[in-house]
Design a protein around this ligand. Structure first.
Ligand code: C2O
Ligand code: CU
Length: 457
C-alpha cells in the first residue's frame, strides 16, 4: 500500500515515544540514527536521524537570561551542526558550517554555550545539508521561559510540526536532489506529525486555558491551521510578543516560523476540540482535546500582552539604509542567466548543477555579503518575490519588523513568508557582530541557490 496523507490521517496513532529524561546543563545532545515508530500500525519503524533517539529532539527549556549549554555529539554518518533558530546569540554559536564553525565530523563533538536573552518559542535544527538532515528528523523545540510576567495558563504545550516524505515501506524517501522539488514548492511530504505523532491527544476540561506553542519544522510545507472548540489569541510570533493579543482566525505558519497562542477550551463536556490543518479545503486533526466538565467559565477575559523582549527595541527609520533584494528563478520564471561561484551561467547549465534561484542575480552565497553593515546601523530590505512560489526568508542572529507600504511597522519576526508577486520590506537594527545567513527556509530552495549573508562589523 502506498502511504498517503489521506489513508494515514484517518488513523489514530496510539504509539507514543517513551518519556524522555530532562537534560541538565552541559549534557550531551547526541545526533544519532534511531529506529522510530512514525507511521501507523502495520508499517515498519523508520530509520530517522534524531537528537537523543526521538523525533522531535528533546524540548530544551532555558529560563530567559539563562545559559543554554549542550555538547553536540555526532554519531551520524555525515558531518553536522546545530543552528538555534531565532536566538540572538554570539556568531560563533550560530551553527552555520563553513561560516561560523567547521562542520562537526562523525565521531566528533562541539560545545554550544550561550545566553538566551529573549523569552519565547524557538527551535533548533541541523544546518549542515539541512534539506536532507532536517527531512531525516534533526530538529527540536527550544523554549525560553519568561523571567517574569509569564501568562497564567493551565497548560503549556509545545506542538512541533513535521512533514515527512515516506516510501511504501515507511522509509525516508532519499530523493533530496529531486529537481522538481528544488525548482517548485520544495520538498513536501506525505505524512504530517505533531510531536512525532499523527495526532496528539490531550485530555482537557471545559474552560481550561492552554498556551500552545506551534513550531513549523517542516522542510517546505506552509501550514494553514484552524481551531475548533477552542478560541483564543495569538500572543507571540517567532518568539516575539505582540503589542496586543489578536483574536485567532485562520493561521498560516511558514517553514521556520512559530506562533504562540493562548486558547480556551470552549467545546462542551463530552465533545472534542481540535487543532486542524486545512489542506485543499479539508480539515485534518493535528491535535484533539477530549473535553471533560471543568467548572471553569468557558469564556474568560482576554489575556494581557506578554512582556516585551529586550530584542524589541525602537527602530530608527529615518536614517535606515535601503538594500533591495530581488528573488528570481524557479519553475515558470526560470533564470535566463545568473552568477554562480563567480561564473555567469545560463539557466540550463545552472539546472544541471541543481541550482534554480538567485538573489540579485547571484545564485548561492557568493563571495561578498549582501550587506556589510556597521554595528548600530538600521537596514531596510525590500524583498521582491518575482518568482511563482512563496518563500520564507529567515535572518540569523536578529529579529526584524515589516515596514508596511503606509509606513507602519508590522510584527517582530525572524522568518517572513512572501507570496509570489509581493514585495515585503523588512527593517532591523544590525547590532550583533558577525556573518549572518539570510536565506529561504524552504530548504529545497536554500539548497538550490536561495541563500545570502550579511556582515555586521
Ligand atoms: Cu532555521 Cu538558517 O535556519
Ligand atoms: Cu523559497
Amino acid at each position: 500500500m502506498r502511504i498517503t496523507r489521506r489513508t494515514l490521517l484517518g488513523t489514530s496513532l496510539a504509539a507514543s515515544l517513551a518519556p524522555r529524561l530532562a537534560l541538565g546543563a552541559d549534557a550531551p545532545l547526541r545526533a544519532q540514527v534511531a529506529q522510530v515508530r512514525l507511521a501507523p500500525e502495520g508499517y515498519p519503524a523508520t530509520d530517522l536521524w534524531t537528537y537523543d533517539g526521538g523525533v522531535p529532539g528533546p524540548a530544551i527549556r532555558v529560563p530567559q537570561g539563562g545559559r543554554l549549554s549542550r555538547l553536540l555529539v555526532n554519531d551520524l554518518p555525515q558531518p553536522t551542526t546545530i543552528h538555534w533558530h531565532g536566538i540572538r546569540l554570539p556568531n560563533a554559536m550560530d551553527g552555520v558550517p563553513g561560516m561560523t564553525q567547521a562542520p562537526v565530523a562523525p565521531g566528533e563533538s562541539f560545545a554550544y554555550d550561550f545566553a538566551a536573552p529573549d523569552a519565547g518559542t524557538y527551535w533548533y535544527h541541523s544546518h549542515f545539508r539541512s534539506l536532507e538532515q532536517v527531512a531525516r528528523g534533526l530538529s527540536g523545540p527550544l523554549i525560553v521561559t519568561e523571567a517574569e510576567g509569564a501568562p497564567e495558563v493551565d497548560r503549556d504545550e509545545v506542538i512541533h510540526l513535521s512533514d515527512w516524505r515516506l516510501s511504501d515501506t515507511a522509509a525516508i524517501a532519499d530523493d533530496f536532489g529531486h529537481p522538481h522539488d528544488l525548482s517548485h514548492a520544495g520538498r513536501l511530504g506525505n505524512f504530517v506529525t505533531a510531536n512525532g505523532q499523527s495526532e496528539l491527544r490531550y485530555q482537557a476540561r471545559q474552560g481550561e486555558r492552554f498556551r500552545l506553542r506551534l513550531i513549523n519544522a517542516a522542510p517546505a510545507r506552509i501550514f494553514e491551521l484552524r481551531l475548533q472548540g477552542l478560541s483564543g489569541w495569538v500572543v507571540a510570533v517567532d518568539g516575539m510578543p505582540l503589542d496586543a493579543p489578536t483574536a485567532i482566525g485562520q493561521i498560516f505558519v511558514g517553514p521556520g516560523q512559530r506562533v504562540d497562542m493562548l486558547v480556551d477550551v470552549t467545546a462542551d463536556p463530552g465533545d472534542e476540540a481540535f487543532l486542524l490543518e486545512i489542506d485543499r479545503g479539508e480539515g485534518f486533526s493535528l491535535a484533539s482535546f477530549a473535553v471533560a466538565p471543568g467548572g471553569g467559565t468557558p469564556r474568560r477575559p482576554a489575556p494581557a500582552a506578554l512582556p516585551a523582549n529586550p530584542g524589541q527595541t525602537p527602530l530608527g527609520l529615518s536614517d535606515a539604509r535601503p538594500v533591495p533584494l530581488a528573488m528570481d528563478g524557479g519553475a515558470m520564471r526560470g533564470l535566463s542567466q545568473a552568477v554562480w561561484k563567480g561564473r555567469t551561467l545560463d539557466g540550463r547549465s545552472l539546472a544541471m548543477e541543481g541550482q534554480f534561484w538567485a538573489f540579485n542575480g547571484i545564485v548561492g552565497m557568493g563571495d561578498a555579503p549582501l550587506i556589510e553593515a556597521a554595528i548600530g546601523e538600521t537596514l531596510r530590505i525590500p524583498i521582491a518575490n518575482r518568482t511563482a512560489f512563496p518563500h520564507a526568508m529567515h535572518l540569523h542572529g536578529h529579529h526584524f519588523r515589516e515596514l508596511r507600504a503606509d509606513g507602519s511597522l508590522g510584527l517582530w519576526r525572524d522568518t517572513i513568508l512572501i507570496d509570489p508577486g509581493q514585495t515585503r520590506e523588512i527593517v532591523f537594527l544590525a547590532d550583533n557582530p558577525g556573518d549572518w545567513m539570510f536565506h529561504c527556509h524552504m530548504l529545497s530552495h536554500h539548497a538550490a541557490g536561495m541563500g545570502t549573508w550579511i556582515r555586521v562589523v
